[in-house]
Design a protein around this ligand. Structure first.
Ligand code: SAM
Length: 284
């Protein structure tokens, strides 16, 4: 039986961040108190986060080393580009066609159009990097695939947010449960080498999103709504009724950009794991 062909699409949200908001990176960033809570501040915070990860990689592999790194969920390729400039052998992976275009324009290194969990490589890597992408990969496959792709004694670097045990409802929907993630890492023989809690430094991203929504998005919707209500009252009422569930959901989703809720229910963590035991790899 022929294997089913995986389907890949272009992510429109990313196009919006990239082309409309001018954001070249897709993560929360690492804020300083002095950063202004706007898009410029976010761009600075994102650059700082990238430097933070890049410095951690420098501690493991010096510039020009032969280390092979797989940037899983590489987004626009900004992080891969920083590593490429240090003459590190980096490759990108993402299941998104728009990201493939951006990545390939950016650097002449392999890009794998794939979901991590079904990716097949004819080589192994010294480091697998998951910068805010681990949350999209089913937990068990994240580790079984990493076992396949990582050299013995290789590193898994994960920076992402995780859901705390007490969380429930909407706040528990995105991100792996922290306790389950650590249990799976342990079961698969990954030794935790370093952990840094960066929760407080990512929160301003949510505050900025909230300010942006309250200052621009909601008033714009309000003005459009008012005009439409005045000119087409019947169609307006009908549409509002048809869309009532979507409207209620959008209102409930505001909790997702509430930094106090995030802090109560999640942690944003940097983890460096090392594969502990000599496993079996098909390639060397
Ligand atoms: C929040 S973005 C982070 C992008 C980039 N690493 C960064 O730090 O800016 C999440 C990334 O994960 C990718 N992704 C989503 N599902 C994935 C999967 N199953 N396997 C690999 N990557 C995935 C997305 O396409 C995107 O590139």
């Amino acid at each position: 039986m022929a294997a089913t062909q995986e389907k890949f699409r272009k992510n429109r949200a990313l196009r919006f961040y990239n082309e409309v908001l001018g954001l070249d990176r897709l993560h929360y960033g690492l804020w300083n108190n002095s950063d202004t809570r706007n898009i410029d501040g976010l761009i600075q915070a994102q650059l700082r986060y990238e430097e933070f990860l890049s410095d951690e990689i420098d501690l493991l592999f010096p510039e020009n080393s032969a280390a092979r790194i797989l940037d899983v969920g590489c987004g626009t390729g900004a992080m891969s580009e920083a590593l490429y400039k240090k003459k590190i052998n980096v490759e990108g992976l993402s299941p998104d066609l728009y990201q493939k275009e951006l990545f390939e324009k950016r650097i002449p290194v392999p890009f794998h159009l794939a979901r991590y969990q079904t990716f097949f490589a004819e080589k192994v890597y010294d480091l697998i990097l998951m910068s805010e992408s681990a949350q999209y990969i089913p937990l068990k496959s994240l580790f079984t695939k990493t076992n396949e792709l990582l050299k013995d004694q290789g590193y898994l670097m994960v920076c992402d947010y995780f859901v705390l045990d007490q969380a429930n409802g909407k706040m528990a929907k995105s991100g792996h449960r922290l306790s389950a993630f650590m249990e799976e890492a342990n079961k698969n023989n990954y030794e935790l080498v370093k952990e840094v809690d960066i929760t407080v430094a990512v929160l301003p991203t949510l505050d900025t999103a909230k300010i942006f929504t309250e200052k621009y998005v909601l008033p714009t919707i309000d003005i459009i709504e008012e005009k439409f209500r005045e000119r087409r009252p019947f169609i307006f009422k009908t549409l509002k009724w048809i869309l009532r569930k979507k409207i209620a959901k959008a209102q409930e989703d505001m909790i997702l950009i509430d930094s106090a809720e995030f802090r109560r229910n999640k942690k944003y963590l940097f983890f460096l794991f090392r594969r502990r035991t000599i496993g079996y790899n098909n390639f060397s």
